[in-house]
Write a protein that binds this ligand. Structure first.
Ligand code: ADP
Ligand code: GN1
Ligand code: MG
Length: 365
């Protein structure tokens, strides 16, 4: 680490007495996150991963735009409080970020809530409501006002091409350790064009979406269990609502953590699908098109597959993208996601029946 977070925090208008008042925080795979215990309150300091987000100032323009819009909405609803709504704390020079040693940092208020890596039905229902409500809050957002922070982020055709290139280049020399997984991944090529092509021919609507709806990007009140706030706004861009639905269930619908290595413990849980879907649809069902509804179950397969090939490609590329805790971490994650893909594939009909049941309940209600 080429920087000392204690020096970085001096670029922001908060008073922190000791180095020990800053500590690594959370389980994100991308940015460096610290809890800051300042004199007046707690904060979250983050180093933005600039090898992934190539233009941090423009990324921060997005984050400021979106957080301000959400704050306005909460104020209008009368639900705004300073520790439940995410806020960018400007640096001493007034910018939404600070530069230290050629790296970009930002400060947020600490939102009083906890995040989960493994879920139960109650949490998932609330997560569904929260992501559905978040999707509604992006409605009417001018997509052209948003910078595309990672172009082609959920372009599964491009992801597949990148994966094939990783296998062909085999930069780490580790492709031989993953022959079975590569073969399985390649056999799903047909799935990769379904959503991308439908967005291109406009049979699916382009919306503004969160694009990284994993459960630990929601903060819950640890006493009441209610969802407090959706965080990790770095990938808010135009996309399909199916990305947010599918990615949330990729993570939340699993019986196990994303890096569980005992694959007998990894399967897709239909009751979790039902709980999340009930929450999500109760927030958004009125605006869904028929094609979006039809593709809800498939989107879970697609986003799980996409993540699986991203992990596997990163393993073969030599772990240049996701943070890893040990050398086989990305391979473990990829095996886990691909196991889920096969299981989800065998459950698509049941997922469809559950979706229809929930929709008819909501429409009858
Ligand atoms: P990454 O892109 O690396 O996933 P996140 O922005 O998701 O980074 O932050 C990592 C974790 O830190 C989140 O999963 C969440 O648990 C926690 N977190 C992020 N922002 C806040 C905040 N403002 N208040 C409280 N916790 C936060
Ligand atoms: C990353 O940033 P984080 O940890 O919330 C990744 C997601 C993946 C996820 C897999 C910007 O999410 O796309 O689905 O890991 N975020 C980015 O756990 O690539
Ligand atoms: Mg995150």
């Amino acid at each position: 680490m080429a920087y000392n977070a204690f020096d970085v925090i001096k670029l922001f208008p908060v008073t922190v007495k000791n180095e020990s008042d800053l500590s690594p925080y959370g389980n994100g795979h991308i940015n460096d996150t610290y809890l800051v215990k300042a004199e007046d309150a707690n904060y979250i300091l983050q180093k933005i991963n600039k090898s992934i987000f190539k233009n941090p100032p423009r990324l921060m323009d997005n984050v400021v735009l979106v957080t301000e819009k959400i704050a306005e909405r909460k104020k209008a609803e009368g639900t705004y409080t300073s520790d439940t709504v995410l806020r960018v704390i400007p640096a001493c020079d007034g910018k939404s970020y600070a530069v230290y040693d050629d790296e970009y940092f930002r400060l947020y208020n600490f939102v009083n809530g906890i995040s989960y890596d493994i879920s139960n039905n109650e949490i998932l229902f609330k997560a569904g409501l929260a992501f559905g409500d978040f999707q509604n809050s992006l409605d009417g957002f001018d997509a052209s006002a948003l910078f595309e922070t990672i172009p082609n982020f959920h372009n599964t055709k491009k992801r597949f091409a990148d994966f094939k290139k990783a296998v062909a280049d085999n930069l780490s020399g580790r492709a031989d350790n993953a022959k079975k997984e590569i073969e399985l991944a390649l056999s799903y090529e047909k799935a990769t064009s379904v959503v991308v092509d439908a967005l291109a021919d406009k049979s699916l609507p382009l919306r503004v979406t969160h694009n990284d709806t994993k459960l630990n990007n929601i903060l819950f009140d640890k006493d009441t269990g209610e969802c407090v706030c959706v965080v990790d706004l770095d990938t808010i861009m135009p996309g399909s609502l199916l990305y947010d639905f599918g990615d949330a269930l990729r993570f939340g619908g699993s019986s196990a953590a994303e890096d569980e290595t005992d694959l007998d413990k990894v399967y897709f849980e239909l009751d979790k699908y039902e709980s999340f879907t009930r929450g999500f649809l109760s927030a958004v069902y009125k605006k869904l098109t028929e094609k979006e509804i039809e593709l809800l179950p498939f989107s879970v397969l697609l986003l799980t597959y996409e993540c699986g090939i991203r992990f596997l490609g990163d393993y073969i590329n030599g772990d240049t993208y996701f943070k890893v805790a040990h050398p086989e971490h990305n391979l473990d994650r990829a095996r886990n996601q691909l196991k889920l893909v096969v299981d989800i594939d065998s459950k698509l009909e049941q997922m469809k029946d559950i979706t229809e049941k929930i929709l008819s309940e909501l429409k009858g209600a």
